[in-house]
Design a protein around this ligand. Structure first.
Ligand code: PXL
Length: 280
């Protein structure tokens, strides 16, 4: 069985980061090892959330794994809590990475033109440095703008997307994939570039008109699970985009719709069925 390490926070309530990555990647038939960067009472969109930073635990935990000779097929990072944790993540890539280990970075720090409460512009620059060590990065437009000193635009054309991809490529990642890109009215999806071959990765599906927390983490987790199962990048991002859209749709139909996250638990069986079509 393939094994993924995911490095991100535990938000106890709020369905994001580890509480999404662990069930989804496991359901996709991939062992999921977690390295929690912090424990929060909820994600940071709630008021008065508590935080216990776990920076001082990361090195002892990974040193123990090292002594056990543990290897990972992929390392997937999401929400990291501090500048120091970004530096430690780089060291973990150096220690556990290599030709057989995919480094997948979702530089979670911002959305809708704004940084999340815990972060500043310096953090964004450090995240840009981290992305330089990745095989695949999946920023949204806001994160891409903060990492490349580009003006954020709510409405844009394809030239703007290509310019962002060009600037992201210069950070050093091998594949740069922008998420939440709508190339026409009512659509959303991914627009990516393989910086080595120049090949594009484009997928558009119907935009469901709702914004929920944690959907980026669901998208990234499915993509990581699919790629680790040997599915091509184009198919992996299609599966991830379709699953995320379907899950938002199902959540919207739930009369007791939780506003803090989506009902991915209800759609996991469909994800597993979809996977069977691709992995025999
Ligand atoms: O879904 C991204 C995310 C992860 N972890 C925490 C967050 C957020 C987004 O706000 O606050 C703690």
């Amino acid at each position: 069985m393939k094994r993924v390490l995911t490095i991100q926070d535990i938000s106890c309530l709020g369905k994001c980061s580890v509480t999404v990555a662990l069930p989804i990647i496991s359901a996709m038939g991939v062992e999921t090892v977690i390295l929690p960067t912090a424990v929060l009472s909820t994600h940071t969109m709630f008021k008065n959330f508590t935080v216990k930073d776990l920076t001082d635990q990361l090195v002892p935990i990974t040193d123990h794994w090292k002594s056990e000779g543990v290897k990972f097929d992929a390392i997937y990072t999401g929400y990291l809590g501090s500048a120091e944790e970004i530096e430690i993540a780089k060291k973990i890539f150096d220690e556990f990475g290599g030709d057989d280990t995919l480094i997948f970075i979702d530089p979670v720090m911002a959305d809708n033109g704004k940084l999340y409460p815990a972060f500043d512009e310096n953090y964004a620059k450090l995240n840009a440095g981290l992305c330089g060590k990745a095989d695949i990065i999946v920023p949204n437009v806001t994160e891409a703008c903060f990492m490349t000193d580009t003006e954020y635009k709510e409405e844009y054309d394809e030239a703007y997307v290509l310019d962002l991809l060009d600037k992201l490529s210069k950070l050093g990642a091998k594949k740069v994939v922008l998420t939440g890109i709508g190339l026409s009215e009512g659509k959303t999806g991914v627009y990516g570039l393989d910086t080595e071959t120049g090949e594009k990765i484009i997928y558009q599906n119907d935009k469901v008109d709702a914004a929920y927390h944690g959907t980026g983490d669901i998208f990234a987790s499915v993509a990581v699970g699919a790629i680790t199962r040997g599915i091509s990048l184009n198919d992996a991002f299609k599966i991830a985009a379709d699953y995320t859209a379907k899950t938002i749709e199902v959540t919207l139909k739930n009369p007791a719709e939780p506003w803090y996250g989506v009902d991915f638990e209800a759609t996991i069986p469909e994800l597993v069925d979809t996977l069977r079509e691709y992995v025999k």
